[in-house]
Ligand binder design. Structure first.
Ligand SMILES: *[C@@H]1O[C@H](CO)[C@@H](O)[C@H](O)[C@H]1NC(C)=O
Ligand SMILES: *[C@@H]1O[C@H](CO)[C@@H](O)[C@H](O)[C@H]1NC(C)=O
Length: 374
């Protein structure tokens, strides 16, 4: 396990770079909010990008990991240069209001989409000389503040979720047909309203890696997975989320869902069956676990909370259990050796690294210990 100090007031969200060699964390210190980038696995601080004046709600790596976006309620989205690690932002996108999310378009890294308090999705160009970027378009359609936007892998569809429970599917294609300014074709594909989500703030959306489902993290203690063809929902329960902005994530193959929780624990479900398979009950967090990030190639997961350090765990089948509970469902399903081999990452995917710092505590239990299910 690695433990990073983060800011004095802790961190809200984190994200591993695509190559897995860096972890960016949105941290808070008294009156200043900065992005700290750690080298993985050494834990060395590569850069501290200072500052935003208010909470940083979202981070996004460019596809080549050469730049990083941070979106803040100070009304700006800043783009940081990861090649020269310059402490000044290379772009500052100014909004008239709080910004809650910012994403690069997966098919065009020069385009950034942002979602904000004024219910508008904005499209920006960042490959211009002007330090403030170029605002290209503003899309209306939402009814409340936009907490989250996400894309499918190709960037043909984008999803945005707001504080009233509305999800909008946007058609954001056009790069395949060599369109010069494809964003002029973009439009609302569908407005998705669900009775059960009406009036419930949506914290986070994420497209399943296979593209067929959407993870909907809502502020009513329920995570849901929506089948994008028939719009039917499956539910994942256990984690507490009523008040604060809490983050969740799929593991790289989409096999498991990890979520933070206001009770200071982290929860893991099997995506397909909906079973709660593990609860991280000994993270030593006295406040809610806000952020969860999963490494793209390794069985490594990072957790963060306000006021407390970031903890990074690596799965190691040979170490004794520590701080991880299996849920009852999991213990009934997995016995003996099977449990030892249980991993959350993408088996058979990515390169195997041999240079992890050791000793590392276990990522999940061995089967010899009694199972606690609470
Ligand atoms: C709302 O949720 C309940 C249980 O959580 C479920 O039984 C019901 O089908 C859902 N209703 C809709 C319209 O999705
Ligand atoms: C995609 O993943 C979901 C969730 O595990 C699964 O239900 C679905 O069948 C998968 N679809 C495809 C096309 O693999």
């Amino acid at each position: 396990m690695l433990s990073f100090h983060g800011g004095k007031m802790g961190c809200l969200t984190m994200l591993f770079s695509h190559a897995g060699t860096m972890l960016a964390a949105a941290c808070a210190d008294r009156g200043a909010f900065s992005v700290i980038v750690y080298q993985i696995p050494s834990g060395k601080v590569l850069a501290t990008f200072c500052c935003h004046f208010k909470v940083i709600y979202d981070l996004c790596w460019s596809i080549d990991d050469h730049s990083l976006l941070s979106a803040s309620s100070d009304g700006t989205v800043k783009e940081w240069n990861m090649k020269n690690l310059c402490i000044r932002a290379q772009k500052v996108l100014s909004h008239p209001t709080f910004v809650y999310c910012a994403q690069y378009h997966p098919a065009a890294q020069n385009l950034v989409l942002t979602g904000s308090y004024d219910a508008i999705v904005r499209v920006w160009r960042v490959d211009v000389d002007e330090v403030n970027g170029q605002l290209l378009l503003e899309f209306e359609g939402h009814c409340g503040f936009i907490n989250t936007i996400c894309f499918d892998a190709q960037g043909r569809r984008m999803f945005s979720g707001d504080s009233t429970g509305l999800i909008i599917l946007w058609e954001t294609y056009g790069f395949d047909d060599q369109q010069l300014e494809p964003y002029h074709l973009w439009h609302i594909g569908r407005k998705i309203t669900k009775e059960n989500l009406s009036g419930v703030s949506i914290d986070m959306l994420q497209v399943h890696p296979n593209g067929s489902h959407l993870l909907v993290h809502a502020r009513d203690n329920i995570l849901r997975m929506m089948d994008l063809n028939v719009l039917l929902m499956k539910e994942y329960t256990g984690a507490k989320n009523k008040q604060e902005r809490i983050y969740s994530t799929f593991t790289p193959c989409g096999t498991y869902i990890f979520s933070g929780s206001e009770d200071g624990r982290a929860y893991v479900w099997n995506t397909e069956t909906g079973d709660l398979v593990a609860i991280y009950s000994e993270l030593w967090y006295t406040t809610g676990v806000h952020g969860v990030a999963f490494h793209p190639h390794e069985n490594m997961v990072a957790f963060c909370a306000f006021g407390q350090p970031i903890h990074v765990y690596l799965y190691d089948p040979n170490m004794p259990r520590m701080g991880v509970q299996d849920s009852k469902e999991a213990s009934e399903e997995l016995d003996g050796d099977k449990k030892k081999k249980k991993k959350f990452g993408c088996l058979g995917h990515g390169q195997k690294s041999t240079s992890w710092p050791s000793p590392l505590p276990p990522f999940i239990s061995s089967s010899t210990n009694p199972i606690n299910s609470r």
